[in-house]
Design a binder for this molecule. Sequence first.
Ligand SMILES: Nc1nc2c(ncn2[C@@H]2O[C@H](COP(=O)(O)OP(=O)(O)O)[C@@H](O)[C@H]2O)c(=O)[nH]1
Ligand SMILES: [Mg+2]
Ligand SMILES: [Zn+2]
Length: 355
Amino acid sequence: MTLQQIGFNEALEDYLAKEQMDTSEIGRVIVEHKERYVVQTESGSLNAEITGNLRYSAESRLDFPAVGDWVKLMAYDENSAVILGVLPRTSLLERQAIGKHGERQIIATNVDFAFIMQAVGLDFNLNRLERYLSICHSARITPIAILSKTDLTTEEEIRQLIDQVRLRHADLQVIPLSNETLEGLEQIRQHLKEGKTYCILGSSGVGKSSLINNLLNKEHMKVSAISEQTNKGRHTTSHRELFVLEDGGVIIDTPGMRELGITEKSQGLETTFSDLAELAKQCKFNDCTHTNEEGCAILEALDNGEIDEKALENFQKLKREQERFESTVREKRAKDKKLGKLYKRIQEDKRKRKF
Ligand SMILES: Nc1nc2c(ncn2[C@@H]2O[C@H](COP(=O)(O)OP(=O)(O)O)[C@@H](O)[C@H]2O)c(=O)[nH]1
Ligand SMILES: [Mg+2]
Ligand SMILES: [Zn+2]
C-alpha cells in the first residue's frame, strides 16, 4: 500500500522535507485500542505501542496518538514498532471526556470531511445534528449530513425531514441513504477522493459500519465485526478504525457516542449558527444574553418570525454548555498550578532536610 492511498498529502511531504525525515519512518494510526495501536506504513501494518518517554512527557490525553494520526516510528521487527512521536495534526475532532471534568477526548485527527449520520425515525434529532455540526466546525472540518435507513419510511417523510434540516441549515448538504437498497451510495461515493480523510459520526445502530461495508464492498468488516462481538452477541464497533477505500480516500468509523459534550472553541457554534451569530453582533449590548434585553437584535428577529425559536433555544443551550466547560478548564488549570507549586515546595523541603 502506498502512503498516498492512506492520505499522505503535500503538507505532510513538506513537513518531512523540513524535518529531514523519510517516508519509511512514518505511518498512520488505523486502529486504537487502549493504548495499543495498529499503524499502516508503506511496507505493511505494524502493531505499535508508545515509548515511555512519550507517555511521561504527555501533558494530557490529547498528546497521545489517535486514529488518523501520522506518527514517527521505529520498527522492532516485521510486525511491531514503537511510536516515537505524533506529527502535527491538520485537524482535531474532539469532545468532552466522559466523567472527567474539563478534559477532552479525541474522536479522530487529520480529518477533512465528516459524514454525520442520523436514521429516519426516532434517531432523527435536529438539536443533536447541530451538536455534531458545532464539533465539526470547531475543527474546521466540512460536515455532510446523511439521512439513513430511508427504506424504512416514505418518500414524503424523507422530504419533510430534509426540509426541516434546510430550514435551519440551508447550506448543509443532506444525502438520503439506504444500506439495504443502496439508494444514495453513489452520491456518497462521489465525494470520496484520494488523499482525503473522512469520518462517520452518529449514534450506535444508525448504519455507519454498514455504509463502510458497502463502500468497501468486501468481507473486511464482517471479519472484524466477529472479533469485536460483545457478550450481548451484538456486532458493535467498539473502537475507532480507519479504512482504506479502493477508489481512493480513507474513512474512519467511530463507535456511537452517547454523550457528545462540546468543548470551548467558540468558532464552532458561531459557524453552525451563523445567522444567529451575525444578528448577535447587532444587539445593543455586547454581553447581550438575548433573553430580555432591550435592543436585542435576536429577540427582534424572533418576533418578526425571521429565525427559528428551536434553533435559538439549542444555540443558547450549547453556548451555556460551552461556557461551563470553559470555566471548568480554567478552574482545573488554577488547581493544577496550585498543586504544582505545592509539589515543588515539598520537594524543596525534602532537599533542605537532607542537608
Ligand atoms: N433497514 C435498514 N437497516 C439498516 C440500514 N443500515 C444499517 N441497518 C441495520 O441497522 C443495524 C445497525 O447497523 P450498523 O451498520 O452496525 O450501525 P452502526 O452502529 O452505526 O455502525 C444492523 O442490523 C443493520 O443491518 C439501512 O439502511 N436500512
Ligand atoms: Mg458500527
Ligand atoms: Zn441579543
